[in-house]
Every structure is written in structure tokens, then in C-alpha cells.
Ligand binder design. Structure first.
Ligand SMILES: [Zn+2]
Ligand SMILES: [Zn+2]
Length: 444
């Protein structure tokens, strides 16, 4: 007897079977971590070679041509689909497993800095580049003084590991090699341009991970991070207060912009101290420049000032930016002056998604055990990784590169001509990047 099932029930059955099959496929995918670690150890000597070669040949922001050539060649060799030219020199590598699953992205930044190296390393940079400066055409020395050479080398290492483990993975790995983390004056930085160019789309990224060497003087191999705001947002403001010029002995005949500027400076300080919930996250407003007047006995017509705002919470940042504008404009108005506020939005808060961070902690602990520090204080430096975090759940961590036996006080920090990250951290970096991607894809 043939019972024709109603269409809805047939569809439901079909969907159920399909879901069960998909779940079975997903459930089959488990990562052999012993194999992952062995693959990382195997690629380590190449990682060191890549790192030293990149270190000897640093390139400035948006000029990372040689670096991106090397990356593209290596990724091709490993079997990645490679696309180039995003944000100028960006390289994106796709590893498709052919099995359904999420898309996980890993990021490395490629740019060096205009710093004259003073490490004495055998592979120290001797590179120079001509730069147009207000002083004319000058030659500047270049150095990988922020460790982005390490980042590229470790991500290439992780790329190889993930390619080796392809058969154990489901979903897609997207590797993002971006230009210009350090940025260039008055222009969008690398990550912002990559996001605008669609790096998080087609295929749409579900989660993104990145690391930065150093930043704090943690011993080699330490992994440190915190959920929520890890690194500060950084915004710049310019204020022009317009009053009315008059004789210094007859102030009632004009509007004194110097007194108004003084009120604004104090008013801005009450935003953090009186209007911001500092139990949630810290914040800083600093007025760094103040210019007005030429003579002791003349009230000038105008005062200019500028400053910086740092915060660790996206909502708090929005609120502070609005309050800076409101406080400035209304204090000026109260005295019969006007104030023009322009805010140059810089890097957002580097926000570690709390749920994603909690989910990935076991992966970090498997690699570094008790050397995973999960609640480090936030740092007031900024990272353009934050632009990815505005769009997709993301997590950035710091990798300790301070060699054993070096006191934190002897630490030459990032951007120093003596910055010399310990290559002993490279293996931890490769294992961690590969594990985060593999574990995220397989839900291990
Ligand atoms: Zn830097
Ligand atoms: Zn950096």
C-alpha cells in the first residue's frame, strides 16, 4: 500500500534527512591536533627564512609590492585561490574544503616603518626609500619595527598547516594579508580600505582572528588578551573658537576667545570625570595644542586647539564624541562666541567579541597552557584590526616576544630601532593561528 504523504511532510522529511547528513559530515570533521602541531614544527624553518627575508626588505604602507609578491607565490604553491590588488597591495588567499561550514579569516599586516634599524642582526634592514616631506625629497631608512614581518611569516606558516589538514576541515579559510596597518597621514589605513573593498564578503566571513607581537613586554610564547575592549579607539579633534577682537584693556567691547577656550578645556575634562561611567571602561580626553593671541594687551579674535580621545567601548566612544561637540559648542555660545568642532574619526576600539573569545579559550590553552593571560589591562595604543571587528565577531591577541632572561625594563618596545622580537615565539604563533581557524571550522 502506497501512502502519499502530504507535500509539507515530504519536504520536512527531506530537510530532516539533509540536515542529518550535513550534521554527520560536520560531526565527522575533527582536527588531529598532534598532526597540526607536527605540521607547524615541519614548516618552522621556512617560517624563520620568510621572516628574515621580509625583515631585511621592509616596505612602507601601501608600497608592499615585494612582500605581496612573495605571499601570493607561496599561497599559490600551497593550493590557495589567490586574489591580489585589494586596497592596493592586499593579498587574499582562500582555502576551500569542499565541505559545508563557516568561513574563518586570519589576518596579517605587511607594512614596515620609517625607522633606522639598530638591532645589529645579521639580517637587519639596509633599505631606504625616497620620501616627499615638507623639508623636500629626503631618504628615509626602513625597518620592520612593529614585527609585521613576523606576522606575515607566521600566517604563511599557518597557511601551510591548514593546507596540510584540508581533508580534516569543513568550510572555508580566508587569509587576509593587508597593507598599511600603520597607516599614512590623512588617508584611510589598510584594514579600513580592505573592508570597504569587500574583504569580509563573498564568501562572507563568520569570524576573524589576528595577533600582534609584543605591545607589552610579555615573555616569549605568552598569549595575552582580554574580552571586550583590548586596544583603544583613537580619534582626533580640532576646535576653532571665534570671538571678537578688542583691546586687552576693554574686554567688554569684544568676545574673549581665550577665556572661552579655557572654559572649553575644563568642560571637556568633565566629560570623562562627570559624565562617563568609568566602572565600565576607562577613557581619556587630552587637549594637546592651544594657539591664540600675539600680544599681552590684545584680545585675539580666534583660538585654535586640538586633542585626542581614547576609549575602550564602542558605545562610550560614540557618546564621548557627541559630548565633545555639545560641550564645546554650548560653552562658546554661552559667552557669545562660536566654536567649530571637527572630529577626525581614527581607529575604532579593538573589540574582542566576548562570546567568541570565551569559545576559543580552550584552543589557546591547548597551545600555551598557563601562559595564556586572559584579563590583561587594555592598552591605549590602537590597531586597525578594529575595522574588521566592527563588522564581524573577531579576536586579537598579543604574542609575547621578550626573550628569556630579558627584564621587562630592558625591553625595546615596538617602533623602537632596537625592537628585536624573539623568533622563539614563531612556532607558538603558527600553532595558534592554525588551531584557531581549524577549531573554529570544526567546532572542536
Ligand atoms: Zn606599529
Ligand atoms: Zn603593528
Amino acid at each position: 500500500m502506497n501512502i502519499r504523504r502530504p507535500r509539507q511532510i515530504r519536504t520536512l522529511l527531506f530537510t530532516t534527512i539533509l540536515c542529518a547528513q550535513t550534521a554527520a559530515v560536520l560531526a565527522q570533521q575533527t582536527v588531529d591536533h598532534t598532526q597540526l602541531d607536527a605540521a607547524a614544527t615541519k614548516v618552522l624553518s621556512e617560517v624563520v627564512n620568510w621572516r628574515r627575508d621580509l625583515h631585511a626588505h621592509p616596505e612602507l604602507a601601501f608600497q608592499e609590492q615585494r612582500t605581496s609578491d612573495i605571499i601570493a607565490t607561496e599561497l599559490h604553491r600551497m593550493g590557495y585561490e589567490v586574489s591580489r590588488g585589494m586596497a592596493g597591495t592586499g593579498v587574499v588567499g582562500l582555502l576551500k574544503t569542499g565541505r559545508p561550514g563557516p568561513v574563518v579569516a586570519l589576518r596579517a599586516d605587511m607594512d614596515g616603518l620609517p625607522v633606522m634599524e639598530d638591532t645589529g642582526l645579521p639580517f637587519a634592514s639596509k633599505q631606504h626609500v625616497k620620501q616627499n616631506t615638507p623639508q623636500g625629497n629626503t631618504e628615509v631608512a626602513l625597518m620592520h619595527a612593529c614585527g609585521h614581518d613576523m606576522h606575515v611569516a607566521m600566517l604563511l606558516g599557518a597557511a601551510r598547516v591548514l593546507a596540510d589538514l584540508r581533508g580534516q576541515l569543513s568550510g572555508t579559510v580566508k587569509l587576509v594579508f593587508q597593507p598599511a596597518e600603520e597607516g599614512v597621514p590623512n588617508a584611510p589605513n589598510g584594514a579600513e580600505r580592505m573592508v570597504k573593498a569587500g574583504v569580509l564578503d563573498s564568501p562572507k566571513v563568520d569570524a576573524m582572528f589576528g595577533l600582534h607581537v609584543g605591545i607589552t613586554p610579555q615573555p616569549t610564547g605568552t598569549i595575552s588578551l582580554r574580552a571586550r575592549g583590548l586596544m583603544a579607539s583613537s580619534d582626533t579633534f580640532d576646535i576653532v573658537v571665534k570671538g571678537q577682537q578688542t583691546h586687552g584693556a576693554l574686554p567688554w567691547n569684544g568676545v574673549d576667545p581665550i577665556v572661552v577656550a579655557a572654559q572649553i578645556i575644563l568642560g571637556l575634562q568633565t566629560i570623562v570625570s562627570r559624565q562617563t561611567n568609568l566602572t565600565l571602561a576607562p577613557a581619556v580626553i587630552t587637549v594637546g595644542t592651544l594657539q591664540g593671541g600675539q600680544r599681552a594687551n590684545i584680545v585675539p579674535g580666534e583660538v585654535k586647539m586640538s586633542g585626542t580621545i581614547r576609549s575602550f567601548d564602542p558605545a562610550m566612544r560614540d557618546q564621548i564624541l557627541a559630548q565633545v561637540r555639545r560641550t564645546t559648542e554650548n560653552l562658546a555660545l554661552a559667552s557669545g562666541a562660536t566654536a567649530n568642532v571637527s572630529i577626525d574619526a581614527g581607529y575604532p576600539v579593538t573589540w574582542n567579541d566576548p562570546a567568541l573569545t570565551a569559545k576559543m579559550l580552550p584552543s589557546l590553552r591547548r597551545i600555551a597552557g598557563t601562559a595564556v593571560l586572559t584579563d590583561v589591562p587594555p592598552t591605549t595604543t590602537s590597531e586597525d584590526f578594529s575595522f574588521y571587528g566592527q563588522r564581524v565577531p573577531s579576536m586579537l591577541f598579543f604574542l609575547g616576544v621578550n626573550p628569556p632572561g630579558t627584564a621587562p625594563t630592558d625591553w625595546a618596545p615596538n617602533h623602537s630601532p632596537r625592537f628585536n622580537p624573539d623568533e622563539g615565539a614563531l612556532l607558538t604563533g603558527v600553532r595558534t593561528l592554525a588551531s584557531l581557524a581549524a577549531d573554529y571550522l570544526t567546532g572542536n
